[in-house]
Design a protein around this ligand. Structure first.
Ligand code: RTP
Ligand code: MG
Length: 149
């Protein structure tokens, strides 16, 4: 299977709690390849566009307020099955249901502040990468890649 790309973001709670390194480290150790990363303040426009699928949900305004409340750390990671692998590593949406060993299961408490976002399908990954990264992504080889296939 060809390498897949996914959009991952450490949400404001993760940045405020000093968990950026922990999250990056987990994806690095897994073998995924980092193609882009930036700490950024999210505008209302970007937040509403990112979470457009939830526009009619009762928690939409709270979600937009939360994601714009403090900087996030936005990333693109690449690897075989990167989208589903990252989702599995994140754990279920509600940290109360997320298994130990997952990011949300190990580090989170409530659904409103669940530390990370990850694309949930190839279509959403393509949409989110285009939305969050105007700049070109890194293009490089790693010697370790021969040990990950
Ligand atoms: P995400 O998009 O952030 O990666 O999370 P997800 O796919 O696991 O969950 P999703 O259904 O897309 O929901 C997006 C975010 O909205 C918040 N949420 N709150 N109060 C609620 O019932 C509720 N449901 C969802 C969560 O922060 C979730 O990550
Ligand atoms: Mg989602």
């Amino acid at each position: 299977m060809a390498a897949e790309r996914t959009f991952i973001m450490v949400k404001p709670d993760g940045v405020q709690r000093g968990l950026v390194g922990e999250v990056v480290s987990r994806f690095e150790r897994k073998g995924l390849k980092l193609l882009g990363a930036k700490l950024m303040q999210v505008s209302n426009e970007l937040a509403e566009s990112h979470y457009a699928e939830h526009r009619e949900r009762p928690f939409f305004n709270d979600l937009v307020s939360f994601i714009t409340s403090s900087p996030v750390f936005a990333m693109v990671w690449e690897g075989e099955n990167a989208i589903s692998i990252a989702r599995n590593m994140m754990g279920k949406t509600n940290p109360a249901d997320a298994a130990p060993g997952t990011i949300r299961g190990d580090l989170g408490l409530t659904i409103g502040m669940n530390i990370v976002h990850g694309s949930d399908s190839p279509d959403s990954a393509a949409r989110e990468i285009a939305l969050w990264f105007n700049e070109s992504l890194a293009d490089y080889e790693r010697a370790v890649d021969v040990w990950l296939k």
